[in-house]
Design a binder for this molecule. Structure first.
Ligand code: NAD
Length: 499
């Protein structure tokens, strides 16, 4: 193993070596080499980070809205000015191509900009004279220390879904990023400091299950925001709610794109390729199943195959359209589904194994793959593969397509491609999925709406960012108040009534 540089935690305003002895490799997936090591935090490291955050909360939670807003504005300016530096980190550790990394940062910046409006979003409500001489008002207060646990596929954007809102609302944060591509989290911690954020308000503890579980059970952590696979989301939700915390846990997905016979098949084919193979299919909103309503199947597959032949797989720092997968193990696991597909009676139309990638031979390559007539009993259909494998299922009617989508345990994203407004409107009502695209294959909501799926794609009541994010990171306090004068005297043991 090469790559001896060690990435530290970030606790109380600076790098921190922690108390543990464990660490893990961080790869450059386009080269297939270990680029550096990352420390794995212990329960003691998590405790120190939480204590630093708790101490910082005593002043940050009381800082004026104007002061908090100034830091957020400064962070926005710095992130905007240095986004290409962050994009390079993302490409080097995740493998996504630079233009895709830039897109990830742009969507994260949107949330920072939304959080800059926190004074308006948290200004509360006031009812004058709710009863005679009695005013009732509701204020929004921060929770305290909040924990964020993020996945490998959006190492910058997913933390940015949460911490700008949490911090702007007056909370302090301990982030446990993915151990597979951890550098961007530490980089953003440094940028927040440069923006003027006081020490201890934002902390990063790197690591794996040990650090996560310590955060979930820590008595001084008030809330947990998690994003990752469904089994871990369920574990996080159950553990942290049992420990009395407020939890939002976003899980995995299997997103279907329904193509009706009246759709423009060229545009649908473009969309399917973009949404199926962008970021090598390692997106929770990737389209992984194409549902072709008869008779469009053959035409659509022809058009998609033509487009796939033009895709360049390679190092994201070069001219490629699609980069490598995150690790060798993950690449091998994804590639293994092609054998399963053949065994289960599906047709492998395009096999990405052995792709001639524009990059080093040891990169974790797998070219785009297309599998037709996938039986819904096959694990190719039922598993979240999380790689560049697009499955096609053919159905006889719109109703059959919707029934198929609704029978899946996940409910993250879906899309319909049609020129029939009535059918699109019907789909929007019929489908049991949290985020729906009408001729939009990756319907990730803008920052002032909220992001989250249904069913096994999300546990908890509050989605990420937008209005839900503000509610999640604040708690309401309602005050009933009057200023006494002699007319308010007298004894009355009855329950207070309004008059
Ligand atoms: P993952 O579940 O393996 O890891 C997510 C986080 O949990 C990481 O920080 C990891 O260190 C930690 N973790 C892993 N195993 C753990 C365990 N046993 N106990 C406690 N913590 C553990 O997910 P991933 O592979 O990093 O990311 C891909 C997954 O995330 C996919 O399933 C994808 O759909 C999902 N995802 C969902 C959304 C969404 O918004 N719904 C967004 C992005 C990614």
């Amino acid at each position: 193993m090469t790559g001896t540089e060690m990435l530290d935690h970030w606790i109380d305003g600076g790098p921190d070596a922690g108390s543990g002895t464990r660490s893990g490799p961080v790869y450059d997936p386009a080269k297939g080499i270990v680029a550096k090591q990352v420390r794995f935090g212990t329960a003691g490291d998590v405790d120190r980070a939480v204590q630093a955050a708790a101490k910082a909360f005593t002043s940050w939670g009381n800082a004026s809205i104007a002061k908090r807003q100034q830091v957020l504005f400064a962070f926005r300016e710095l992130l905007n000015a240095r986004r290409s530096e962050l994009a390079e980190i993302l490409t080097a550790e995740h493998g996504k191509v630079l233009s895709d990394a830039a897109g990830e940062i742009a969507r994260g910046l949107e949330v920072v900009e939304f959080a800059c409006g926190m004074p308006h979003l948290t200004k509360g409500t006031y009812s004058l004279n709710a009863s005679t001489d009695v005013d009732v008002y509701t204020v929004k207060e921060p929770l305290g220390v909040v924990g964020i646990i993020s996945p490998f596929n959006f190492p910058a954007m997913v933390p940015l879904w949460f911490f700008p809102i949490a911090i702007a609302a007056g909370n302090t944060v301990v982030l446990k990023p993915s151990e597979k591509d951890p550098t961007s989290a530490s980089w953003m911690a440094g940028l927040l400091k440069e923006a003027g954020l006081p020490d201890g308000v934002f902390n990063v503890v790197h690591g794996d299950k040990e650090a996560v579980d310590a955060l979930l059970e820590h008595p001084e952590v008030s809330a947990i925001s998690f994003v990752g696979s469904t089994p871990i989301a369920r574990h996080v939700y159950e553990t942290a709610t049992r420990a009395g915390k407020r939890v939002q846990a976003l899980g995995g997905a299997k997103n279907h794109m329904l193509v009706l016979p009246d759709a423009d098949l060229d545009l649908a084919a473009d969309a399917a390729v973009n949404a199926g193979f962008g970021s090598a299919g390692e997106r929770c909103m990737a389209i992984s199943v194409l549902v072709a309503v008869d008779p469009v199947g053959d035409d659509l597959i022809g058009k998609i195959t033509e487009r796939m032949a033009t895709l360049r797989t390679g190092d994201g720092r070069g001219e490629a359209d699609m980069g490598p997968l995150i690790t060798r193990e993950h690449r091998d696991k994804v590639a293994g589904y092609l054998d399963v597909a053949s065994k289960d009676g599906a047709t492998v139309v395009v096999d990405g194994r052995g792709v001639r990638a524009d990059g080093e031979a040891d990169g974790f390559w797998l070219g785009p793959c297309l599998v037709d007539n996938v039986p819904t009993s096959s694990t190719v259909y039922t598993d979240e593969i999380f790689g560049p494998v697009l499955s096609v299922v053919r159905v006889g009617s719109y109703a059959e397509g919707v029934e198929l989508i609704n029978s899946v345990p996940y409910g993250n994203g879906t899309a319909i491609f049609t020129n029939d407004g009535g059918a699109a409107r019907r789909f929007q009502r019929d489908v049991e999925v949290g985020m729906v695209g009408v001729n939009v294959p990756i319907p990730v909501p803008v920052a002032y709406h909220s992001f989250g799926g249904w069913k096994a794609s999300m546990f908890g009541d509050a989605k990420a960012y937008g209005p839900h994010g503000v509610e999640f990171f604040t708690r309401d306090k309602t005050i009933t108040s009057r200023w006494l004068d002699p007319s308010h005297g007298g004894l009355n043991l009855g329950f207070p009534q309004n008059d």
